[in-house]
Design a protein around this ligand. Structure first.
Ligand SMILES: [Zn+2]
Length: 71
């Protein structure tokens, strides 16, 4: 965990791949990416090597939409 006060993701934050609500923010040396739970999982192997910070709120998705939404 980092000690930075990263703002919470909101409904206005959208996945860069599909436009769904973003639940994961990936901070890279060159900028940042937002992903929905689906695409965060899909791209995790790539960005895990590059990311300086990963802000993951997919737990919130589970609470709000149930396990079926995280696919
Ligand atoms: Zn997506």
């Amino acid at each position: 965990m980092t000690a930075t006060t990263t703002p919470q993701l909101t409904a206005a934050d959208r996945c860069d791949r599909c436009g769904a609500q973003a639940y994961v923010r990936v901070v890279l040396p060159v900028g940042e990416l937002l992903f929905c739970a689906h695409h965060a999982r899909e791209h995790a192997p790539k960005f895990a090597e590059l990311a300086t910070e990963v802000h993951d709120e997919t737990d919130r998705l589970l609470e709000e939409h149930g396990a079926g939404a995280v696919r």
